[in-house]
Design a protein around this ligand. Structure first.
Ligand SMILES: NC(=O)c1ccc[n+]([C@@H]2O[C@H](COP(=O)([O-])OP(=O)(O)OC[C@H]3O[C@@H](n4cnc5c(N)ncnc54)[C@H](OP(=O)(O)O)[C@@H]3O)[C@@H](O)[C@H]2O)c1
Length: 253
């Protein structure tokens, strides 16, 4: 028996990295998972691999492009058309361009606005659609937003990213308070530095080594470390947990 048997879940941005680890673990634990992705080729490959592993057709594909706001809602509606319900929404997407999202002295307003707006709008729009169309009417649901320790620990750069992720923390708490009466829980996971392609591309080996040195558990995180915490929040084991900001950072901070 899986810990998510029968649950309908949707995970954004899950062709690789943290999102992929979450979606795949949810499949392994018995859920039906909608992989919400912008690249339908790599997305289909992820879905095919998941279905081959579970021997069923529980992994499904839906289009989601963070820069096309209508898809924040259409992905939810596609899932609802087929499944009739949505139990777990994981807003995993998040981005910032470290070459442009600089410190306050050098970041342009346009870049700041773009980063904050894109990272917050995906969460706002997807949550609003999921709450109004599924979770409040069905009187149950768990929303898991993926933030970052950058929300709670000011960075030397990436002014937009830190503000966006802190915005996600507070939006999560606001929503938790506003929908608890309907049996819906909303929490946020703040990863530390996790060994994904984003980190390999954007963080120098020196930065990674400094993190490892300052972290209580002396290694970078692995996407599965985040996925296990997401599994807990998705499952009924966490039914008394809401409005929580959980750092999964190996004790860094
Ligand atoms: N890795 C870390 O150390 C770390 C730390 C703190 C927080 N986080 C947060 O964790 C989340 C996942 O990060 P990650 O490191 O796993 O990222 P990643 O390995 O770079 O994966 C990024 C995922 O996002 C998708 N994506 C990129 N741009 C997109 C867009 N415009 N629309 C839709 N999908 C898009 C990619 O799809 P394609 O395959 O199509 O490119 C891919 O599936 C983010 O919210 C990030 O801020 C990560």
């Amino acid at each position: 028996m899986g810990r998510l048997d029968g649950k309908i879940c949707l995970v954004t941005a899950c062709t690789r990295g943290i999102g992929r680890a979450i979606a795949d673990l949810f499949i392994d634990e018995g859920a039906t998972v909608w992989y919400a992705v912008r690249n339908l080729v790599t997305g289909q490959a992820a879905v095919d691999a998941a279905n081959a592993r579970c021997g069923e057709e529980r992994a499904k594909l839906v289009y989601f492009e963070a820069h096309e706001p209508e898809t924040h809602r259409s992905m939810i509606n596609k899932c609802l058309e087929v499944e009739g319900r949505l139990d777990v929404l994981v807003n995993n997407f998040g981005e910032s361009n470290p070459r442009k999202d600089l410190d306050i002295m050098r970041c342009t307003w346009n870049e700041f606005e773009k980063t904050v707006c894109c990272d917050l709008s995906t969460v706002f729009n997807a949550c609003q659609e999921a709450l109004n169309k599924a979770m409040i009417p069905q009187q149950s649901g768990s929303i898991i937003n993926i933030g970052s320790v950058a929300a709670v620990c000011p960075d030397k750069t990436q002014v937009g990213y830190g503000v966006a992720k802190q915005g996600i923390n507070h939006l999560t708490k606001q929503m938790a308070r506003q929908v608890a009466h309907a049996g819906v829980r909303v929490n946020v996971l703040n990863p530390g530095i996790i060994a994904t392609e984003a980190v390999a591309q954007h963080l120098t080996p020196e930065t990674q080594a400094r993190y490892t040195t300052n972290c209580m558990i002396k290694r970078l995180g692995d996407p599965i470390d985040i996925a296990y915490m997401a599994l807990y929040l998705a499952s009924d084991e966490s039914k008394y947990v809401t409005s929580h900001v959980m750092n999964v950072s190996g004790g860094w901070l």
